[in-house]
Design a protein around this ligand. Structure first.
Ligand code: SF4
Length: 490
């Protein structure tokens, strides 16, 4: 059996054929020079890589080099590697002599199965159809050939606003992670790298995300037992004082390869069958993993390289510095200030603040999708090119005009007001689109529609909003106001 080279996002036992297989791990400093990563993300990646090396002991050869190429030059024996997670890394491994590239791991559906499924479809590729295919293919939440509960998706039961008059969900927090000597060494190294000129974004802080399979499994077990029941109904809700709500906070563990997604899926099924966990929560959790996560992974490879550069809504403005620098303190709009602050402080927010606050705001302003892909990639602990290309280009910025979603995720302040407790403490009024206290999301929504009415003519799901747009008497004044506001922090 050849020695297996594991990238830093292939760290779990499911990336080896045998628990005694010899391993190569390379810590490349050049990766951290290429982008201004969030400090906590850099810490997590290095900590996970070094924890894996410590677990493997003599079984692993650990190299600290400037580049991967430099590391590989010191290895004389034949190597193998699982299909990496970016096009750039794939091109690199395919150029290497004595390196065999194996199929991808760490996802539920194989690239070949997805291609067979997608090639055979006449209609656009949609997550719900893929999810059904994957459930059937892998026999998940199925009884006698039918979906458990009679429906494939219980999404309509997963969109409740937060409970009234609470500022936190009543669920136990995930088990606390304890930093160890490896974390201390990582922190010291990053401090030194900063002194040498490598730049990081965001604030440092205690490590909040698992750096080993053991930690990830402990978080999964706790989630399935204590947090899963509340996850489903409130998965789209936002609370200013409770960024985590009942989310599993395991996305970085899946994306580092610490946790096999199928292990989490089977665990959720058991929680339903054996422990009475509510079906909408179980199905919602499983849909996030084998539906959405696998779908965005697959599209990254299925669509051609040019997909990342789509910009069908002609969004040409540069992402402003205050956003790039995570400067939440200059923002008065409470929702945006809070969410940007969470990214600065944790390198994480759940999917709705990403999509409906950050993505929505950027979409309305017409910021460049490629710059946003890069920003999400480097600012989030779970961010990688494969996941952010689909999430930004295909979903939040609608830059491909609907290759993966049916309409732009644009909305005014009413949505945020319904799904959060933000608006009460905000100087803006979610109902107003004109005036000093006009909500930047509400005003931005109409100005986005006006700017793009020629580019979105045939979208049936936007027809009602477009009709409303034509009836607004103050539209020119709103558009003028938004031009004046420009890209200043709201
Ligand atoms: Fe956000 Fe508008 Fe609500 Fe303020 S009023 S919190 S800007 S949605």
């Amino acid at each position: 059996m050849s020695r297996r080279w594991l990238f830093a996002d292939q760290l779990g036992p499911h990336f080896l054929d045998d628990r005694h297989q010899e391993v190569l791990l390379i810590e490349s400093k050049a990766v951290f020079r290429r982008r201004v990563f969030h400090r906590q993300k850099a810490h997590l990646v290095l900590s996970a890589l070094r924890h894996r090396a410590a677990e493997l002991g003599d079984q692993a050869r650990y190299l600290r080099t400037e580049t991967y190429a430099e590391g590989l030059r010191t290895v004389r024996e034949p190597l193998e590697v699982c299909h990496p997670t970016s096009r750039r890394a794939l091109a690199f491994v395919e150029r290497q002599p004595r390196l065999t590239v194996l199929p991808a791991r760490g996802y539920v559906t194989s690239l070949a199965d997805f291609t067979d499924w997608a090639d055979g479809r006449r209609s656009a590729l949609r997550m719900d159809a893929f999810y059904r295919f994957a459930r059937e293919r892998h026999d998940v939440l199925i009884e006698a050939g039918e979906p458990v509960g009679g429906r494939w998706s219980l999404d309509t039961e997963n969109r409740q606003p937060p409970p009234k008059d609470v500022d936190r969900l009543a669920v136990p927090a995930p088990p606390k992670l304890r930093e160890d000597d490896i974390d201390a060494e990582v922190r010291a190294d990053l401090d030194r790298w900063e002194r040498e000129g490598i730049r990081f974004a965001g604030r440092d802080g205690p490590r909040r995300f698992p750096a080993s399979t053991k930690e990830a499994r402990a978080r999964l077990r706790h989630f399935l037992r204590h947090r899963l029941p509340a996850f489903g109904p409130y998965e789209d809700a936002m609370l200013a004082n409770d960024p985590w709500l009942a989310h599993s906070a395991l996305s970085s563990s899946f994306n580092l390869g610490l946790l096999d997604p199928m292990e989490a899926i089977r665990g959720a099924e058991r929680a339903y069958h054996a422990d009475g966990a509510p079906l909408p929560s179980v199905e919602g959790f499983i849909r996030q993993i084998m539906g959405w996560r696998d779908f965005v992974w697959q599209l990254y490879w299925y669509f051609d390289r040019g997909w990342r550069d789509n910009n069908a809504l002609a969004a040409r403005r540069h992402v402003p510095d205050w956003w790039q620098d995570l400067d939440a303190d200059v923002v008065r709009a409470r929702c945006l200030s809070d969410v940007l602050g969470e990214v600065r402080d944790h390198g994480w927010t759940h999917h709705i603040p990403r999509l409906m606050v950050l993505g929505n705001y950027a979409l309305q302003r017409g910021w460049r999708p490629t710059e946003l892909v890069d920003w999400f990639h480097r600012s989030f602990v779970d961010g990688y090119e494969w996941v952010m290309t689909a999430n930004v280009v295909g979903m939040s910025q609608y830059a491909d005009l609907g290759q993966m979603t049916t309409k732009p995720y644009a909305s005014g302040g009413a949505y945020i007001n319904r799904m959060s407790d933000y608006c009460g403490g905000c100087p803006y009024d979610p109902k107003k689109r004109l005036g000093e206290d006009a909500c930047p999301f509400t005003a931005g929504y109409w100005s986005f529609l006006l700017r793009n009415r020629e580019r979105l003519p045939g979208n049936a799901r936007m027809a009602r909003s477009m009709k409303q747009l034509d009836r607004l008497a103050d539209l020119d004044a709103v558009a003028d106001q938004e031009r004046r506001r420009g890209d200043d922090p709201p």
